[in-house]
Design a protein around this ligand. Structure first.
Ligand code: ADP
Ligand code: MG
Length: 614
């Protein structure tokens, strides 16, 4: 007896769905891409229970005929390509004809659609690949696709989904990737009746501001410079962040031919262009849009993959790197982009002037310029806030004595030090430490020359103070005389809601003001007069990274964010006494060689290493 038989379509489709539709976010991506391919100018996305119960995408695109509506759900049914050659001349997002077949295999789908040329529309219902009903109906031009109970017939898949918050975050990630490259389309995202995002049509830069500008205006939107390069093989447009706006939570996007892509190799090109300009642990934001001939890329890798192969990657690497460098070189003279003013207006003089008397400002661009090298007395922008020095001094002096008293009874600093670093090393008395490059404290020690990273040393101390307060249950808070506000993106609003209670535990009293903002009523006393927004943004970035946001580990993360935002910045000049105090206090800590996140605080330049230099 023969045993091989063809699988029924419904089963084949379910298997395919495993590849294409992994979670609500991927379903939304497929539906929205279809709407974009249909020429929609307005796309609304509604989800319930993070897409578990309902995903609905409504567009005003070209719609489908009665027959096409039925055909669309067949496997390998597409209007976008006809033969294999078309694969290399793609101008649409979709082409496989797999998405709708996959979706209807694992959900209950209802579609209502009408073309402009038809009097009436079609309503079609399909559950698990089985057509339940098809009828004519009245409908607006466009397509209204409802996907209910995703994976209702694949319990294993449904169980595999993460919490609603995580799934919603995945949805937002996909959403941002699509809206940033389609600014000409109006988008709206509604989750359980709450409008998470409502984006009018505009230019690319306006869209970037709509999405990220509010919450992070000072961090990068204001600090973006324009990128523009045209060559025979690629045209590159976009915006890159000035080095001093680099952050720990940068927004980095590549797009090619209107498609989001990940490209680690090109990412390196961008980072190379920034070489030597970035403060440690900080990275620039960028939004870079490539345009190449469709045949020069291969997008046919995998439906859910975002890696894209280019025919001429090395050349594009060079062009990209040069282009970013040029843009960064120009920023010394170019005004930063004002998102409300069209760029061309910026070039016009504000008052009538006699052109013959005006000299165009010119500045040579030095590609090896490193703004962080000249630190003798100046402070780099990223860490420089006018209030820091004074504030730090008071904070520091108030705490220093107390700390030492507490600890000197239990451990001799030099003993501890010896134990951890070297057997024959101790700190000499009465020797003045020296500050190097505004970053390091150098002091002769018996084994050689000890180098201490001032910022990291203070992070360790501030962290210890924050943890001590928290564990003793006496978190000191400081009421703000004038509550500050923090503007947040929809994604951050969701996160904030989740961690609000824990933030209260460490001293932040927050109150939701609107759909996009929180008021900050009080802050941890340790934070003092620092801008609390920056610290909260750091905490949100940590919350985004870690799935787990409860328990000891999470509280330590918050303490670390607090410590980082209050630690003495690089570039701050320290007096001899301040350095002595810092070192003494550092060695009272049980772990003073590394920061809580494992960064090296001190390093010994050994005698023999010094000898070898001569
Ligand atoms: P693909 O996008 O790869 O062609 P899909 O399964 O996503 O495959 O869609 C199948 C076909 O259904 C598309 O080629 C298109 O003709 C039609 N279609 C899907 N969604 C829409 C929509 N929102 N508006 C108009 N036509 C659509
Ligand atoms: Mg499609």
């Amino acid at each position: 007896m023969d045993i091989i038989h063809l699988l029924p379509d419904s089963v084949a489709n379910q298997i395919a769905a495993g590849e294409v539709i992994q979670r609500p976010a991927s379903c939304i991506k497929e539906l929205v891409e279809n709407s974009l391919d249909a020429g929609a100018t307005s796309i609304q996305i509604h989800v319930r229970e993070a897409g578990r119960a309902l995903i609905q995408v409504i567009d005003d695109g070209k719609g489908m005929s009665e027959t096409d509506a039925r055909m669309a759900f067949e496997r390998h049914a597409t209007s976008k390509i006809a033969n294999a050659a078309d694969l290399f001349a793609l101008t649409t997002m979709g082409f496989r004809g797999e998405a709708l077949a996959s979706i209807c295999a694992v959900a209950q789908v209802e579609v209502v659609t009408r073309r402009a040329e038809d009097e009436v529309g079609t309503r079609l219902e399909i559950h698990g690949s089985q057509v339940i009903s098809q009828e004519i109906c009245s409908a607006a031009v466009g397509t209204n696709m409802k996907v209910k109970n995703l994976f209702y017939n694949v319990p294993a898949r449904r169980r595999f989904l993460k919490t609603n918050t995580t799934e919603l975050r995945n949805i937002l990630t996909e959403y941002y990737r699509m809206v940033l490259v389609n600014p000409q389309v109006t988008f709206m995202l509604v989750s359980d009746d709450e409008v998470l995002s409502d984006l009018p049509a505009g230019t690319h830069k306006q869209r970037i501001e709509q999405v990220f500008g509010k919450s992070q205006r000072n961090q990068f939107t204001a600090g973006l410079v324009e990128l523009k390069t045209d060559t025979d093989i690629v045209s590159i447009r976009g915006f890159v962040g000035k080095p001093e706006y680099a952050s720990k939570n940068p927004q980095q996007f590549f797009f090619v031919n209107n498609r989001f892509m990940r490209h680690p190799y090109f990412h390196k090109a961008v980072m190379t262009a920034y070489q030597g300009m970035l403060p440690q642990d900080h990275n620039p934001s960028y939004f870079i849009y490539f345009d190449v001939a469709p045949e020069a890329i291969d997008v046919n890798i995998h439906p859910t993959k975002t890696e894209i192969k280019f025919a001429d990657e090395q050349t594009i690497w060079q062009i990209l790197q040069a282009s970013v460098r040029e843009a960064l070189g120009k920023f010394h003279v170019a005004p930063s982009i004002d998102f409300d003013t069209p760029l061309t207006d910026l070039d016009l003089p504000q008052v009538p002037v006699d052109p013959s008397r005006v000299q165009q400002p010119r500045m040579a661009f030095n590609p090896s310029y490193n703004p962080f090298e000249r630190q003798n007395n100046t402070t780099p922008n990223y860490a420089c806030k006018k209030s820091v020095p004074q504030q730090w001094e008071t904070l520091y002096k108030a705490e220093a004595g107390q700390h030492l008293d507490n600890f000197s009874a239990t451990a001799e600093p030099s003993q501890l030090f010896e134990k951890q670093l070297s057997d024959d090393l101790s700190l000499p008395e009465n020797v003045q430490p020296m500050q190097i490059a505004g970053r390091y404290i150098a002091i002769p020690a018996s084994g050689g020359l000890l180098l201490v990273d001032q910022h990291r040393a203070h992070i360790a101390l501030q962290f210890a103070a924050a943890e001590q307060q928290r564990q003793s249950g006496h978190t000191l808070t400081q009421q703000l005389l004038f509550p500050e506000t923090i503007e947040l993106s929809p994604d951050e609003m969701t996160l904030m809601r989740q961690i609000q209670d824990q933030l209260a535990d460490v001293g932040f009293d927050l109150e939701q003001l609107s759909q996009t903002a929180y008021a900050i009523n009080s802050v941890p006393a340790l934070l003092g007069s620092e801008a609390p927004q920056r610290c909260l943004t750091d905490i949100l970035a940590a919350a985004r990274e870690t799935g787990q946001r409860a328990g000891e580990e999470w509280y330590r993360k918050m303490s670390l964010a607090l410590a980082r935002n209050t630690a003495i910045p690089y570039g701050k000049t320290l007096s001899g006494d301040e350095m002595q105090d810092l070192l003494k206090r550092l060695f009272t800590l049980p772990t003073y060689a590394k920061t809580p996140d494992g960064k090296t605080i001190l390093s010994l330049l050994r005698e023999n290493e010094i000898e070898n230099r001569f």
